[in-house]
Design a protein around this ligand. Structure first.
Ligand SMILES: NC(=O)NCCC(=O)O
Ligand SMILES: [Zn+2]
Ligand SMILES: [Zn+2]
Length: 472
């Protein structure tokens, strides 16, 4: 079925212009003015921007963590993502030591395949590195098209890997063409500080933040960056929350190291005082790294503006307040770490970023979509509006005023991290490969219609699942 999007303003990472978009067989087949309709369904985007679909490089859907399992799975999570203007997620596939990687990947395929309403890929957690794991990586990259690995430097005795594992993963990634992602916090120091806090009777949610000071994020980020330079490899630091970590990334980049950084909407608009909310409500804001003193927000916005940080991920990892976050009443270390952000990523960046003059409209597209597609081997199939690209499009009204709230959102979780926040701008309709998933603010998608994405190696282009081409 043909569709013709008319009267909208197309925005890419580089251009802003008025034109029509013709969609045919899942792809953009023409862009121009006065395009022949050929019986196409006409989609009126008057007064709206047309963005490439958002790509969320950092989600945890249907993930066991903290003695429970995230509330949003691949169905509710991707529906919420679509309402927020995201058409692709890259979720973290957890692994267990000694278990074949293919088994863990299959578990993640099973979680996603009948549920996702938008397209999806996986990053693979590396918890140990040895010859047996090394042998399996060729299949992971060339078979599964998983071209990014995640190493946790925190969560001691749970997910944390040691420095040898990180270093060997960096070396392997360089040889194989993968991007290494790190959760940059010093897990050993955090482990000591949390034990000490509990011994001293400090059990409230605020101690989650006080036992993970910015220095432990800066130290781990700097260590990972140094090891990346030594290995001549490539690194992507997830969920950067503070000035200390931005500084380490900037220093590494200034030395010419291939180091990239992501921040998240929560660090841009919320601060550490949220963990002090009474009646244990601070638990709603417990995630890692923690929220920081407010002044860090200016540093993060400036880093996005100047390119010291390049992307924004949601770090969606949602737990209900009732029954899940409450597991940590009387012991903050038992509060499941994570929050619900998948739906609000674009809206917050647009409203607080573009509307307030902190970033440009083109930067907004680059930060939420294009750069992510390039770093994670999806460009130009995803991440831009061009002939031949997947017709993943967001029709976005830049003038709607609304309030973020648990009643208005579509995540399965029982609270909003951004409750009461006024934002300007809203995705009105969202298409994935030419089909509406959200149409005039109503969900019209189908669970299971989302496709698994095999991604190109680091620095390579991807036009289809089969096609990997020249270095960007
Ligand atoms: N961020 C968080 O607290 N939970 C999700 C897991 C992670 O990204 O560290
Ligand atoms: Zn993390
Ligand atoms: Zn995460």
């Amino acid at each position: 079925m043909l569709k013709l999007i008319k009267n909208g303003t197309i925005v890419t990472a580089t251009d802003i212009y008025k034109a029509e978009i013709l969609i045919e067989d899942e792809k953009i087949s023409a862009i121009g003015t006065n395009l022949p309709a050929h019986g196409a369904e006409i989609v009126d985007a008057k007064g709206c921007y047309v963005f490439p679909g958002g790509i969320d490089p950092h989600t945890h859907l249907d993930m066991p963590f903290g003695g429970t399992i995230t509330k949003d799975d691949f169905e509710s999570g991707t529906i919420a993502a679509a309402f927020g203007g995201t058409t692709t997620v890259i979720d973290f596939c957890l692994t267990n030591k000694g278990i074949p990687l293919s088994q863990s990947i299959q578990t993640w395929h099973d979680k996603a395949k009948d549920k996702a309403v938008i397209d999806y890929g996986f990053h693979l957690m590396i918890g140990e590195m040895n010859n047996d794991v090394l042998k399996q990586l060729d299949g992971v990259i060339n078979g599964e098209g998983i071209t990014s690995f995640k190493v946790f430097m925190a969560y001691k005795n749970v997910l944390q890997a040691d420095d040898e594992t990180l270093f060997r993963t960096l070396i392997a990634a360089k040889e194989l063409g993968a991007l290494v992602m790190v959760h940059g916090e010093n897990g050993d120091v955090i482990d000591y500080l949390t034990k000490k806090a509990l011994e001293d009777g400090n059990t409230d949610p605020i101690y989650h933040a006080l036992t993970r000071p910015p220095e432990v994020e800066g130290e781990a980020t700097g260590r990972a960056a140094t090891l990346t330079g030594l290995a001549g490899s490539q690194l992507y630091v997830v969920h950067v929350s503070c000035a200390e970590a931005v500084k380490k990334i900037t220093e590494a980049r200034n030395k010419g190291f291939n180091v990239w950084g992501e921040t998240c909407p929560q660090y841009l608009v919320l601060d550490q005082t949220y963990l002090e909310k009474p009646n244990f409500e601070g638990a709603k804001y417990v995630w890692s790294p923690p929220l920081r003193e407010k002044w860090n927000q200016d540093v993060l916005w400036n880093a996005l503006k100047t390119g010291q940080l390049q992307t924004i991920g949601s770090d969606q990892c949602s737990f209900d307040f009732k029954g899940q976050k409450e597991l940590g009443r009387g012991d903050f270390t038992k509060i499941p770490n994570g929050g619900p952000m998948i739906e609000d990523r674009l809206s917050i960046l647009f409203s607080e970023g573009v509307k307030k003059g902190r970033i440009t409209l083109n930067q907004f597209v680059d930060i939420t979509s294009t750069r992510i597609a390039k770093l994670f081997g999806l460009f130009p199939k995803k991440g831009t509006i061009t002939v031949g690209a997947d017709a993943d499009l967001v029709i976005f009204d830049p003038n709607v005023q609304r309030t973020l709230s648990v009643e208005a959102h579509h995540m399965a979780v029982d609270y909003s991290a951004f409750e009461g926040m006024a934002v300007t701008g809203e995705p009105i309709s969202v298409l994935v490969r030419g089909e509406f998933v959200v149409h005039n603010k109503k969900f019209v998608g189908t669970p299971g219609s989302g496709q698994y994405l095999k991604r190109a190696k680091y620095g390579m282009l991807r036009s289809s699942d089969q096609d990997e081409r020249q270095t960007i």
